[in-house]
Write a protein that binds this ligand. Structure first.
Ligand code: 5AD
Length: 343
């Protein structure tokens, strides 16, 4: 047996809890770990980087998550909703620039009833039949998820946030429950969506043992997509005075995830690009293979402020699009025009 945990992970063995804790209890920059993850990534996806056009269509939210800048109780948030025409215009611009996946992300906004969501999804699918539609609109009933799927939605992102009930309770108000979130993820999977789960790295109270619980949960769920990013503070939340998560621990976790889930679609997230100017490139080199540039109109982009100093770079114009391409190439990869379905 190979004594090196990273090498054993690369050989598709799982590790003991203690070994995972060992990998995640330091935030040392580990070139060997990242290189192993990059080899695994290249063996499945080559140098391909998939791009997703992110449309943040509403920042109204009925939830009150303690870490999030668009939580219900934040009176300083300037709220907006995009109209159906505005959303379609974002897709149109995105299609011209080579996006073949549109991600509709929003707070849990009761204005967007199932009927409105279904009608949006079916108009996008009708107009752009060669594109995938991803929804990221929170916890719903199984019947609602089924309706979105029947309307043509292909994928659904719903981070579990943490698989530890105690930590979940510290990060969320009493009316939210980990059990329901997990129920949602399994419903989505059973219905036939490609499903994305994930967690923040470094929110208040999180330990390496919590992250190991997340890895075990992900092993069970086997999601097609896994989104992680550093926790970043926001002045208008109860966590305003807390520390940001760590860049290098996030990178280590990305690498571990790539080794555990060779075929997963793993984004180098906006939060990663926010905590460090080259965060997304570093994420790609640690095993990520997806980037989600923002297609929302520039004037609403700053209002979708989950955390402070959110990276503003868009993807909705040709200049930003070529800049992205250049940066991805400089990191050793290539942006492809493709739906980027899970392999
Ligand atoms: N810092 C980092 N990520 C955050 N999210 C929400 N608030 C923050 C924050 N303050 C993440 C959550 C959510 C996703 C859309 O953004 O994990 O699921």
């Amino acid at each position: 047996m190979n004594a090196d945990p990273a090498a054993r992970l690369a050989a598709q063995r799982t590790l003991s809890d203690g070994e995972f804790v060992g990998l995640l209890s330091t935030d040392r920059y580990d070139a060997d770990l990242f290189a192993a993850a990059d080899r695994t990534r290249r063996s499945v996806y080559g140098t391909d980087v998939y791009i997703r056009g992110l449309i943040e269509f509403t920042n109204y939210c009925k939830n009150n998550c303690l870490y999030c800048g668009i939580r219900r109780d934040n009176r300083n948030a300037s709220r907006y909703r995009l109209s159906g025409e505005e959303i379609l215009a974002c897709c149109e611009a995105g299609w011209e620039l080579g996006y073949r996946t549109f991600v509709l992300q929003g707070g849990e906004d009761p204005y967007f009833t199932d009927e409105r969501i279904c009608s949006l999804v079916s108009s996008i699918k009708e107009r752009f039949p060669d594109c995938a539609v991803t929804l990221s609109i929170g916890e719903k009933s199984r019947a609602s998820y089924q309706a979105y799927f029947d309307a043509g939605a292909d994928r659904y992102l719903l981070r579990h946030e943490t698989a530890d009930p105690g930590l979940y309770g510290r990060l969320h108000p009493a009316e939210m429950h980990l059990d329901n979130r997990i129920r949602c993820l399994y419903d989505l999977k059973e219905i036939g969506f490609a499903v994305g789960a994930g967690m923040m790295v470094g929110p208040p109270g999180q330990t390496a043992a919590h992250l190991v619980e997340d890895l075990r949960f992900l092993e069970e769920l086997q999601p097609q997509m896994i989104g992680i990013g550093p926790y970043l503070t926001h002045r208008d939340t109860p966590f305003a005075r807390e520390q940001n998560g760590s860049l290098s621990l996030t990178l280590r976790l990305l690498a571990v995830l790539r080794l555990m889930f060779p075929r997963a679609l793993i984004p180098a997230t906006t939060a990663l690009g926010t905590i460090h100017p080259e965060g997304r490139e570093l994420g790609l080199k640690a095993g990520a293979n997806v980037i989600m540039p923002n297609l929302s109109p520039a004037d609403v982009r700053k209002k979708y402020e989950l955390y402070e100093n959110k990276l503003r770079v868009g993807g909705d114009n040709a200049a930003d699009r070529s800049e992205l391409e250049r940066r991805v190439e400089a990191a050793g990869y290539r942006v492809v025009v493709d739906r980027g379905d899970p392999k």
